[in-house]
Design a protein around this ligand. Structure first.
Ligand SMILES: C[S@@+](CC[C@H](N)C(=O)[O-])C[C@H]1O[C@@H](n2cnc3c(N)ncnc32)[C@H](O)[C@@H]1O
Length: 452
C-alpha cells in the first residue's frame, strides 16, 4: 500500500482519496479492494495546478476544477487492470487507450482481446468517484462469452508463444451444454492445457446407437479430436480412456465380435497431428469383466479355439499435440515456475503402464470413470492452475478432480440431465465459488441455484 506523499502537503491544501474502488460488474454489487492506493492532490487557488503524486508532473486544470478522483490515463488504466485481475481476465484482455468523456465525467477504457486484438468491450469509470459504472461497462459474463465466441487459430497460436513466451490460459471454470463437435469451435485457440475424456460407447445395435454405423462413430470421434487439436496448447496432452467393445450376437447362428475401437482411434490421433506417447492399461479387479458373459462358453466346454479372455482392462491412451518443442520447453517456459514446483509428483506414483484401479458406478450415469483414474491423469499431465477439458463430460468427474487438484475445468456434455448433475456437483466442489462458473447454453448457478 502506498502512503500519502507528505511533501505534497507543504505546497497547499491536500486531498487524500482512495483510488482503487471496484464494482463487481457481474453481480452489480459494489466492492472495495482490500488494497488501497491513496494519492494527494495539491491545489493552489488561482494557478489551478496539480502535481502528480509519484512523478511530480503538472496535471490538467480541468481535472482539478472538476474534482476528478481519476486524474489521468495511467490511473484509469490501473483501475481497469485491478478489476481485470479481480475477475481473472487479465491474461485474456488488454487495454486500449482510455478516453475521458467530459460531458458525463466518465473514463472509457476499451478492453482488447489478447488473442484476437479486437475490441471486446469497455470499462466505464466514474471520474469523480473512481468507481466502475456497472450499468455502462461490459459485464464479466458478456466478456467471457465474447472471448469464447471469437476463436482465431493463428492469432492465438502466436500470442501463446510470442517471443518464445508461454502465456497462461485465461479460461475459468466453464460448463457447456451441447454437442462437443459444435461447441469446441467456440473455444479460443490453445486455451486448454490438458484433455482427458472417455468418448461415448459405440453400440453396434441400431436401436441403442446414435450412429448410423461404426464409420459414422469414428467420424464423430475424428471431428472432436480435430477441433480439440486447435484448442489444446502447444505440446500438451490428450489422454483418452477407451476400450474394445463387444457386439453381442443377435441369434444362435451368429457369432459375437469385438471391435478394436482404441486401435482405430489411435490412427485418427496420429492423422490429426498428435504424437503417440503411452498406452496405459487400466486393470480392474477380476470380477469386473464377467458381466460381459465373455468366456462362459469356454469355461464350460474347454475346447481349444473357443478360448475367450474375460476383459478386465481398458486403455488410457496418451498423445501429445505435435510440437517441435520438447516437453522440457513446456516445463521451462511456464511463466509461473512456483506452480511447476508445487505440481511435482510425490513418490507414490505409478511406475509402470499397468494401473490397478477399481471401476466406479453412479446412480445417474452408466459409464463414469473413477476419480482415482482422473486424478492420476491430471496430476501426471498438467500443472496446478491449468485448464482441463473433457469434451464428453458425463457427470463431470474430470471437473471434480480438477478442482480437487487446484486446476480449472471446461466440461462439454450434450445431455441436460448430466449437466444438471454437474451443476449440483459444482456447488459441492466449489462452494460459494460455484457462482463464478460460466454456464454456456444453460442456466448458471447465479440465476437458478443462488447459494445462501
Ligand atoms: C463415457 S461417458 C463419460 C462419462 C464421464 N467420464 C464421467 O465420469 O462422468 C460419455 C458422455 O459423452 C456424452 N456425449 C456423447 N456424445 C456427445 C457429444 N457429441 N457432445 C457432448 N457430449 C456427448 C454422453 O452423454 C455421455 O455422458
Amino acid at each position: 500500500m502506498r502512503k500519502p506523499d507528505s511533501k505534497m502537503g507543504k505546497t497547499g491544501k491536500s486531498i487524500t482519496r482512495q483510488s482503487k474502488h471496484y464494482s463487481d460488474m457481474s453481480s452489480h454489487e459494489p466492492r472495495v479492494s482490500d488494497e488501497t492506493q491513496p494519492y494527494l492532490i495539491t491545489r493552489e487557488p488561482g494557478k489551478a495546478e496539480i502535481q502528480h503524486p509519484r512523478n511530480g508532473k503538472r496535471m490538467p486544470r480541468v481535472a482539478i476544477n472538476r474534482e476528478y478522483a481519476v486524474l489521468d490515463v495511467k490511473q484509469a488504466r490501473q483501475i481497469c487492470l485491478n478489476w481485470l485481475s479481480y475477475v481473472n481476465l487479465e491474461n485474456a484482455l488488454g487495454l486500449g487507450l482510455p478516453e475521458i468523456d467530459d460531458r458525463q465525467h466518465f473514463w472509457r477504457v476499451p478492453l482488447i482481446g489478447k488473442n484476437t486484438h479486437e475490441r471486446i468491450g469497455e470499462v466505464v469509470i466514474d471520474a469523480k468517484t473512481s468507481l466502475i459504472v456497472a450499468g455502462k461497462s461490459t459485464t464479466k459474463d458478456v466478456l467471457e462469452t465474447r472471448l469464447l465466441g471469437r476463436p482465431n487459430g493463428t492469432a492465438g497460436r502466436k500470442a501463446r508463444r510470442s517471443n518464445g513466451t508461454y502465456i497462461l490460459s485465461s479460461l475459468g471454470n466453464t460448463v457447456i451444454l451441447g454437442d462437443s463437435e459444435v461447441e469446441l469451435h467456440n473455444l479460443p485457440a490453445q486455451s486448454v492445457d490438458l484433455v482427458f475424456t472417455s468418448p461415448p460407447y459405440y453400440n453396434a445395435r441400431p436401436e441403442y446407437s446414435d450412429f448410423v454405423d461404426y464409420e459414422d462413430y469414428l467420424l464423430k470421434i475424428r471431428k472432436v479430436i480435430q477441433s480439440t487439436h486447435r484448442v489444446l496448447a502447444e505440446g500438451r496432452f490428450f489422454v483418452m480412456n477407451t476400450a474394445p467393445v463387444l457386439v453381442r450376437r443377435t441369434s444362435r447362428n451368429d457369432a459375437s465380435k469385438r471391435i478394436a475401437v482404441p486401435f482405430d482411434i489411435h490412427r485418427i490421433f496420429v492423422e490429426e497431428g498428435f504424437d503417440f506417447i503411452d498406452d496405459i492399461i487400466w486393470v480392474k479387479p477380476e470380477g469386473a469383466g464377467w458381466a460381459t458373459g465373455r468366456g462362459r462358453r469356454f469355461a464350460a466346454d474347454r475346447n481349444p479355439l473357443q478360448y475367450k479372455a474375460v476383459p478386465v482392462t481398458e486403455y488410457v491412451l496418451v498423445y501429445r499435440k505435435h510440437s517441435d518443442n520438447l516437453i522440457d520447453w513446456n516445463i521451462r517456459c511456464h511463466p509461473k515456475q512456483e506452480l511447476v514446483k508445487a505440481s511435482k509428483i510425490p513418490d507414490d506414483y505409478e511406475r509402470t503402464n499397468v494401473w490397478r484401479i477399481h471401476p466406479a458406478t453412479h446412480p445417474k450415469h452408466p459409464a463414469v470413470f473413477p476419480m482415482d483414474l482422473a486424478e492420476k491423469v491430471i496430476r501426471y499431465y498438467s500443472f496446478i492452475g491449468d485448464v482441463i477439458l473433457d469434451p464428453f463430460a458425463g457427470i463431470g468427474t474430470v471437473g471434480k478432480s480438477a478442482v480437487k487438484l487446484s486446476r480449472k475445468f471446461v466440461l462439454i456434455e450434450e445431455n441436460p440431465a448430466y449437466i444438471e448433475e454437474i451443476r449440483q456437483g459444482c456447488m459441492e466442489w466449489l462452494g460459494k465459488e460455484a457462482e463464478n462458473v460460466l454456464f454456456v447454453n444453460c442456466e448458471g448457478i447465479r440465476d437458478s441455484h443462488r447459494l445462501l
